[in-house]
Write a protein that binds this ligand. Structure first.
Ligand SMILES: NC(=O)c1ccc[n+]([C@@H]2O[C@H](COP(=O)([O-])OP(=O)(O)OC[C@H]3O[C@@H](n4cnc5c(N)ncnc54)[C@H](OP(=O)(O)O)[C@@H]3O)[C@@H](O)[C@H]2O)c1
Length: 324
């Protein structure tokens, strides 16, 4: 880092980057962090949507917060846009304190009645709860209405590229700047749908849940590769991959495993993944149990963990779980 800015941590502000922040949970994370006096880079893949989101946020917070929220373009699936952002942070701030990998897609289209979304998520949450009480994996899902999920190979690839590889690339690129922080924090916005209880493929489950020493990025990515290969060859059912939200579930399970890997590699960081809960945003067709404000509180707490706080854990809102 030859031309980096020398940072005096005692006198400087804290800096946070939030990906996919032009709406939904990412936007609310920016709002809550900025209102606590943290300088926030609100990143959005679309420049117009990002600039408008920043203006909306300043209007909500008050003009005195104008200097606390900065827009920068970032498409997490585009390495060139990441390079530009890393250079911007390096030259403008010299370090980074908080990275929130929030940008995500679900890899699914709903045809017909969208209430199938709520029905499905609630059925899966029930399965998880029953599994936690020693029950068995739930019955196959039969929706009440006429809604159905459509998942294509293209949407599966995009989902894994965005949710797993996107977050991983950003993390790798920003670790040198996070290492210059006194209290580096990474929050990976994941999902309970990544819970291994919902993964019938025993091999994938074994890889994702393996002991820290045998869990590697290569093995995680071998699972992603096999999943996409089976998707292409129409072998998802034969090889026991999840029935619905398959790419989303696999991508978020991979994100949780990656969280453990890097938490072990960087013991001075606090690195955790978290499910915000079923929240009313665009990804969930505006359906869900929680408002963005309710969901985001727990995520912001993880971004502001005190030194010595947990690392390598998966949280669902305020509760720490070990889903591995
Ligand atoms: N809502 C829930 O019930 C729920 C539950 C569990 C987990 N989550 C997770 O929470 C996170 C935030 O989702 P949300 O609920 O706030 O949904 P949302 O309103 O749909 O927001 C998703 C954000 O991600 C951005 N994004 C998608 N692909 C991107 C890319 N390639 N590069 C940069 N940004 C990209 C979107 O940008 P555009 O506006 O440009 O599309 C948008 O800003 C996701 O990771 C999601 O998996 C949500």
């Amino acid at each position: 880092m030859g031309d980096e800015v020398v940072v005096d941590h005692a006198t400087t502000k804290r800096y946070a980057l939030v990906t996919g922040a032009n709406r939904g949970i990412g936007f609310e994370i920016c709002r809550q962090l900025a209102s606590k006096g943290i300088m926030v880079i609100l990143a959005s893949r679309n420049e117009k949507r990002g600039i408008e989101a920043r203006e909306r946020l300043i209007k909500e917070l008050g003009s005195e917060f104008g200097n606390y929220v900065i827009f920068h373009q970032l498409d997490v699936a585009d390495p060139a846009s990441l390079d530009a952002l890393v250079n911007f942070i390096k030259t403008k701030f010299g370090s980074l304190d908080i990275l929130v990998n929030n940008a995500g897609i679900n890899g699914v289209e709903v045809e017909g009645d969208v209430s199938v979304y709520t029905e499905y998520v609630e059925a899966e949450l029930k399965t998880m709860l029953e599994a936690g009480h020693g029950g068995v994996q739930g019955e196959a899902f039969h929706p009440q209405g006429n809604g159905r999920f459509v998942e294509t190979l293209e949407s599966a690839k995009e989902c894994i590229e965005t949710n797993y590889y996107g977050a991983k690339r950003i993390t790798q690129a920003l670790i040198p700047l996070l290492q210059l922080s006194r209290s580096p924090r990474i929050v990976n916005v994941s999902s309970s749908l990544g819970s291994l209880v919902l993964h019938p493929n025993e091999w994938a489950k074994g890889v994702f849940s393996s002991e820290d020493n045998s869990l590697t990025e290569e093995k995680v990515e071998e699972v992603l590769h096999e999943f996409l290969k089976d998707f292409k060859e129409a072998k998802l059912q034969e090889n026991h991959w999840p029935h619905h939200f398959a790419a989303y579930k696999v991508s978020k399970a991979a994100m949780n495993a990656y969280t453990r890997i890097i938490a072990k590699k960087y013991p001075s960081f606090c690195i955790n993944s978290v499910c915000p809960g079923f929240t009313r945003t665009e990804i969930s067709y505006g359906l869900g149990q929680f408002s963005v404000a309710e969901s985001t509180e727990a995520l912001v707490k993880l971004a502001l963990l005190p030194d010595g706080g947990p690392s390598g854990c998966f949280f669902t809102r305020d509760e720490a779980f070990c889903l591995y």
